[in-house]
Design a protein around this ligand. Structure first.
Ligand code: P6P
Length: 336
């Protein structure tokens, strides 16, 4: 079996891969490595519960709303608890911002890393057995270690991310992440309970024939989006929309394609959250040769002003996203 650039084979465990990557960077202290392991552990626990949700009384609505005013699913709440506990017990995280919590979750203020996460995205698909996902970003805190985490530690540009990734609970469960040195994917081997390397240095095709958008909002889209959709249809592209961002993004990154969530009347700033959905996937996309914008501006250069702020979102193959940018620039609207 071919060795990769690190001298590792496909099938290498995540632990060995993380350690090898750490050894490649003499300045690494091992803290980020442990944090990635903590996230992987939480992913394994969530995987176990997602796979049984039909059997246990953990499917369906929890009966409360999250900070966005959206009905929380029971697994949303469970995933939030599991990730928070894993990161707290792992001891490498000073604070978390989660889609499921209004405020900062303060953990160990003697640590240097902050995690922004959507513990379980696409939760409306849980009850119908469609793929869902966890999305995360990791930042190094700005304020002094030892003191309380400040808003400035959270409200950092996407370009300041130390790492980002997602866990896709699909036909198989995959962990895909980057630390700025390429995008690597790991598949959970259930018989071992280990994530094993399935692809190193994933790349997104420069062009594609898949477009992902909820056309139910067609009459709310800006003219440039309508024009772009007409172009896609004229080229007889494939419309693929799972309604689960991680699943749509993952397929489009592998095959080539574009995902769009423009501003609508219902979501005038778009629906997706900058800090723990758009920036995270934008880091992955760019590392794989793709592009992510709000229709005009690079996602990772948007200045965050609040923890749960939303943004219009276009992500995927460079040529496709660039076309939307050109159309938007001509009409000077960010997917409005
Ligand atoms: P709509 C799921 O709620 C989510 O955040 C993404 O995973 C998904 O792509 C999108 O919203 C679906 O939103 O408005 O098309 O149902």
């Amino acid at each position: 079996m071919d060795k990769n650039s690190l001298g590792l084979s496909i099938g290498t465990t995540l632990d060995r891969f993380i350690k090898k990557m750490q050894d490649e960077h003499s300045y690494a202290t091992g803290e980020l490595s442990q944090l990635l392991r903590d996230i992987a552990l939480a992913g394994k626990i969530i995987n176990r519960e997602v796979n049984k949700s039909g059997l246990l009384d953990i499917a369906g609505a929890y009966g409360s709303k999250n900070v966005q005013g959206e009905d929380q699913q029971k697994l949303d709440v469970i995933a939030n608890i599991r990730f928070t506990r894993a990161l707290k017990n792992g001891g490498m995280t000073c604070a978390i911002v989660s889609e499921e919590e209004q405020e900062i979750i303060h953990l160990n203020q003697n640590c240097r890393y902050v995690v922004c996460m959507d513990p379980l995205d696409g939760s409306s698909n849980i009850d119908v057995n469609v793929s869902i996902g966890t999305i995360f970003s990791i930042y190094r805190r700005i304020s002094p270690i030892g003191g309380p985490v400040q808003d400035e530690d959270i409200l950092q540009l996407g370009t300041d991310q130390i790492a980002a990734g997602y866990i896709l609970y699909g036909s198989s469960t995959m962990l895909v992440y980057t630390t700025g040195h390429g995008v690597h994917s790991f598949t959970l081997e259930p018989s071992l309970g280990e994530f094993v390397l399935s692809d190193e240095n994933l790349t997104c095709p420069k062009d594609g024939k898949i477009f992902s958008i909820n056309e139910g909002y067609y009459y709310q889209f800006g003219e440039q989006i309508k024009e772009y959709l007409e172009e896609c249809k004229a080229k007889e592209m494939s419309a693929r929309y799972i309604g689960s961002l991680v699943a749509d993004f993952h397929r489009n990154m592998l095959k080539g394609g574009i995902y769009l969530y423009p501003a609508t009347e219902k979501s005038p700033n778009g629906k997706l959250r900058l800090l723990y959905e758009c920036n995270s996937l934008a880091f992955i996309a760019e590392q794989a040769g793709g592009v992510a914008t709000d229709g005009i501006n690079r996602i990772m250069e948007i200045e965050p002003t609040s923890f749960h702020q939303r943004t219009p979102f276009v992500i995927g193959s460079k040529k496709m996203v660039d076309r939307v940018t050109k159309l938007s620039t001509m009409t000077d609207t960010v997917l409005g």
